[in-house]
Design a protein around this ligand. Structure first.
Ligand code: GLN
Length: 518
């Protein structure tokens, strides 16, 4: 009926909501375990784990340029979503494999881990831009006013997924008994993530033809060259083709990553000297390329410059925000009393509060802006962004003040981390959605996708910077620091420069530093 079409959202939104929810379950569930897995099972230094984490996240926001481009030119949104989903599931299975074979096969497990992350990076690149743009295409021109609400609903789906993943994956993967971590449990977390991604992909595969359609019932997001109405009867054949492509990409990435990291002297060096510069320079290169376009008017140039200025400041926001999975998780693990109403919360689960607070606060925040707008008091977008930056700065001053006297043995109460995530979430809600819509409003139409690209590359740069900042945290919980306290130079042992005595081996085993397999 008339009133229904005014308020109701197309059913396809709920399919995209569900698909994205399972995908974010997979992504954030894995992200929350990643650094702890690197440090505890793959025997990395915390510093290097932070660098890898930053490089991984950064690349996850670089590949969407590629995924968007390939969708627009060749495969269409739908196919890229399924391809990306399959790739991410394969990547998670590789992490599962890595977490199953480490110990005696540390080198192999490390190479498989890099390959898994590589495959996930490509999967995310195919998936993320295409599912977001499908949300937009669900609404015909006359219903574009519903887009803001649609994206608020979609953002809820993202964070319900993040919440579930950061609950389930730590529950099965970050397991401690009497304070001693089961370093073999991480694999169950990665397996849970893989299953979640498969559920999301299957959900989309089976429901897309029925629901992800125009009001007239024509499928959306099909192949770009053919017209939108081309039917999808030959779906079976297509899914076989795309599974093959997913496997092929996985194998190629696997071989590439294996060669890059297995034969390089030092994995973290590759991240610092190759991956970070690629991330930073692609943002700058794209920004300059757009400005070189000859038929830009003066006003357009000014608007683009505004986007660049905003993108620049947003780098620092994500650099702080993404301490979540590195330095803040290490602090949660090594220096936090995680007693939460009588329950010892796993360290990797503390991140859950971000998703939880977004779900609780996204609607109140958008109501707040509506109310302020109705009274003509709504702050302009740059002011909201500045607020976001200010709030996150305050939250880190607060935590810095709390940890400054902890030394290497003091404990922080978990409530401070929860408060930090509350403030970070308020900051995120002032900044992330507003930034996105500001880019949409300021971009000249013909450069809109590319300017979104610049904006996401600023996210990517922020993540890379987050890795660098995280690596500054003095180590307290990694194996090297623990071994040093026992008087053993673990690096020299690993490099086979010294052969530990039987007594030292026993010590390393007892303190869960190295599996002792005589
Ligand atoms: N948490 C949101 C997501 O995963 C936003 C992340 C971002 O914009 N960098 O989609």
């Amino acid at each position: 009926t008339e009133t229904q079409s005014k308020t109701a959202h197309p059913k396809g939104l709920w399919v995209l909501f569900g698909t994205e929810m399972w995908e974010r379950f997979n992504f954030y569930g894995m992200r929350t375990l990643l650094t702890l897995f690197l440090v505890n099972s793959l025997l990395m230094k915390e510093e290097d784990a932070s660098l890898i984490y930053g490089g991984f996240l950064g690349l996850c926001y670089l590949t969407p340029m590629l995924g968007g481009f390939i969708a627009d030119r060749f495969f269409g949104n739908r196919n890229c979503i399924m391809l990306g989903g399959l790739l991410m599931a394969i990547g998670q299975l590789l992490l599962f494999t890595s977490a199953s074979v480490f110990g005696d096969n540390l080198g192999l497990a490390t190479a498989i881990m890099y390959s898994g992350l590589g495959v996930i990076i490509f999967g995310n690149g195919f998936f993320k831009p295409n599912i977001s743009s499908m949300v937009g295409s669900l609404y015909p021109k006359q219903e574009k006013s519903k887009l803001d609400t649609a994206f608020t609903i979609f953002y809820m789906g993202i964070n319900i997924g993040a919440f579930l993943g950061q609950f389930i994956c730590p529950l099965v993967g970050d397991v401690k008994t009497e304070g001693i971590r089961d370093i073999h449990a991480f694999k169950w977390g990665f397996l849970a993530a893989a299953i979640a991604m498969l559920i999301g992909t299957l959900l989309f595969y089976f429901l897309k033809n029925k629901y992800v359609v125009t009001p007239e019932g024509k499928p959306l997001g099909g192949l770009p060259s053919k017209n939108e109405s081309s039917d999808y009867e030959e779906g079976e054949a297509q899914s076989a083709v795309f599974s093959t492509i997913a496997l092929l990409i996985s194998v190629l990435v696997f071989i590439g990553m294996f060669l890059l990291f297995h034969f390089s002297v030092d994995g973290d060096n590759v991240v610092k000297t190759i991956i970070y510069p690629i991330i930073f320079s692609s943002g700058i290169a794209l920004a300059v390329l757009i400005l070189l376009e000859k038929n830009l008017t003066k006003i357009e140039i000014h608007r683009i410059l505004v986007i660049y200025i905003i993108s620049f400041f947003i780098i620092f926001f994500w650099a702080a925000f993404e301490q979540a999975g590195s330095s803040l998780t290490f602090i949660a693990d090594n220096q936090t009393d995680r007693n939460f109403f009588g329950w010892q919360m796993p360290a990797s689960m503390v991140q859950i509060f971000n998703g939880l607070f977004v779900v609780a606060l996204a609607v109140p925040f958008s109501m707040l802006w509506d109310k302020l707008r109705a009274n003509d008091k709504e702050p302009i977008s740059p002011v909201k962004l500045a607020f976001g930056l200010l709030i996150i700065a305050i939250s880190f001053f607060m935590i810095a003040n709390q940890v400054k006297d902890l030394g290497t043995s003091g404990l922080l109460a978990v409530k401070w981390l929860i408060l930090l995530y509350l403030l970070n979430t308020c900051a995120e809600l002032c900044l992330s959605p507003i930034g996105l819509s500001l880019v949409g409003k300021l971009s000249p139409k013909r450069f809109s996708s590319l300017l979104y690209g610049v904006f996401f590359l600023s996210n990517a740069s922020g993540y890379a910077l987050a890795g660098t900042l995280g690596s500054i945290l003095p180590a307290t919980g990694d194996k090297f620091t623990k071994a040093k306290e026992l008087g053993i130079d673990l690096q020299a042992v690993l490099d086979k420069k010294i052969i530990p005595t039987a007594e030292q081996l026993q010590l390393l085993d007892k303190h869960q530093i190295m599996d002792h397999n005589p």
